[in-house]
Design a protein around this ligand. Structure first.
Ligand code: S3P
Length: 170
């Protein structure tokens, strides 16, 4: 039977890092929504935002998850905003097991600032501005994130914990 594991959460939550390890451990393909969208259009997320605006980018995210085959096993990491628009969280919940990687705003802000990934939504913000922005933004986004099947604390955000939760031990 196919198993599909979907990691969601704010920018800097560690979705791609954990997703890659989990996929490797399970022998499943790893899919990253941002990477797939960049590959399909041959443009970076920043360029897509600049050309189509956020609304245009959100449409591409919805198209992307609508076109995911539901007949195979995979581990999917989604862009931070993806679950929060166009009813996408319901689509994700119908595709597989969703896990919200919950983290504190300060931890997220630090990781975002230390990362080389370009993130148009938070570009140019100082640490203090970023923490405020994340706290406000999470008030809206958690209404969606918390509807995932599982919410993981930082300690629970491990390959072993997810494998045990889903009883996937070989
Ligand atoms: C976004 C998160 C990014 C990317 C885009 C918008 C968001 O993905 O999809 O920059 O709105 O939270 P990551 O969560 O992988 O950084």
């Amino acid at each position: 039977m196919s198993k599909r594991i979907i990691l969601i959460g704010y920018m800097g939550a560690g979705k791609s890092t954990l997703g890659k390890s989990l996929a490797a451990q399970l022998g499943f393909p790893f899919i990253d929504s941002d990477f797939e969208i960049e590959k399909k259009f041959g443009k970076s997320i920043s360029t897509i935002f600049a050309e189509k605006g956020e609304v245009g980018f959100r449409e591409l995210e919805t198209q992307f998850i609508q076109n995911l085959s539901d007949s195979t096993s995979f581990v999917l990491s989604t862009g931070g905003g993806l679950p929060c628009f166009n009813g996408n969280l319901l689509i994700l919940n119908s595709l597989g097991y969703t896990f919200y990687l919950k983290n504190e705003s300060k931890v997220l802000a630090e990781r975002i600032l230390n990362s080389t990934i370009e993130r148009p939504i938070v570009k140019g913000k100082s640490f203090a501005e970023l923490v405020d922005f994340i706290e406000e933004n999470l008030k809206e986004r958690e209404a969606f994130y918390l509807k995932s099947n599982y919410t993981l604390t930082p300690e629970e955000q491990t390959v072993e914990y997810i494998i045990e939760t889903l009883n996937l031990k070989k």
